[in-house]
Design a protein around this ligand. Structure first.
Ligand code: DGL
Length: 277
């Protein structure tokens, strides 16, 4: 199997114990992974980040796992070629389909993520949990294993919410239409006794205020901060040190079309380049 090697040793190695400012590479199908990038930035403000939105292939949720795997490999390879010294798969769907392949094929450490079922089981008092995720994540073997391992005694209701993914891609984080879309996915769960919601898709944290509004009193679990903490540990072990605190963004789609939504999801405009991968 061919492994992908970063282009310049200076961008990632640590000779004589010196940490070089390699970038932390982060990708998702689209803009959802910015919720993870934000958590990474909060923890490591001096590190350089490079974020890739695979907008040309978004959404990943309905795609066959082998297509998602191929896209994940293309995105991660592109990030490594740009000088990423660690790759964060800021996407539950891509982790489910591709994490083993990425770890086998890349020469840099890879951080993945999965729905926070374990903390949800610890948090629930009613014993009913809802996992909001994509159909790809919910139908994957990885999620079945997670469920077998951690769901003991708790009832797990799964909800695929592709319309919420689209809201974030459209940069529509508020307003009557966004509120109605979120309510349609979430509102009935309270009446079913659900007291804990797992945000099992990185597109959902930007909609958290609307989700909380539609599920008053529910505990909401977002694994973004835990993934950021793991990224910080992995970056430190790989001796990736702070750089200039740069955030570089790229999309496989049309930057002019993606930029307005990216500015809304990130909370400020960021320069956006075209990635061909
Ligand atoms: N943000 C992604 C996730 O965490 C995927 C959303 C999609 O592209 O369908 O699963």
């Amino acid at each position: 199997m061919r492994r992908v090697v970063p282009p310049s040793p200076l961008s990632w190695t640590c000779e004589g114990g010196i940490a070089y400012p390699a970038m932390i590479g982060i990708f998702d199908s689209g803009l959802g992974g910015l919720s993870v990038a934000r958590a990474v930035r909060a923890l490591l403000p001096g590190h350089d980040l490079i974020y890739l939105a695979d907008s040309a292939y978004c959404p990943y949720g309905p795609l066959a796992p082998e297509v998602v795997r191929a896209r994940a490999l293309a995105c991660a390879t592109w990030l490594v070629a740009q000088g990423a010294g660690v790759v964060v798969v800021a996407c539950n769907t891509a982790t489910s389909a591709a994490i083993e392949t990425l770890r086998a094929r890349l020469s840099v450490p890879v951080v993945g993520m999965e729905p926070g079922l374990k903390p949800a089981v610890a948090a629930t008092r009613s014993g009913r949990i809802a996992v909001l995720a994509t159909s790809g994540t919910l139908g994957g073997e990885r999620f079945q294993r997670l469920r077998e391992r951690f769901a003991h005694g708790a009832e797990v209701i799964t909800v695929a919410c592709p319309a919420m993914v689209q809201l974030v891609e459209d940069g529509e984080l508020d307003g009557p239409r966004a509120r109605a879309v979120v309510a349609a996915c979430v509102e009935s769960l309270g009446a079913r006794g659900v007291d804990t919601l797992v945000l099992g898709c990185t597109h959902f944290p930007p909609l958290r205020p609307l989700i909380a509004e539609s599920a008053p009193g529910a505990t909401i679990i977002d694994t973004g901060p835990a993934v950021a903490a793991q990224t910080a540990r992995v970056a430190a072990a790989a001796r990736i040190g702070p750089g200039d605190g740069i955030v570089r963004c790229a999309t496989t789609g049309d930057p002019a079309l993606v930029a307005p939504s990216l500015a809304r999801v990130w909370g400020a405009p960021l320069p956006l380049e075209r990635a061909r991968c």
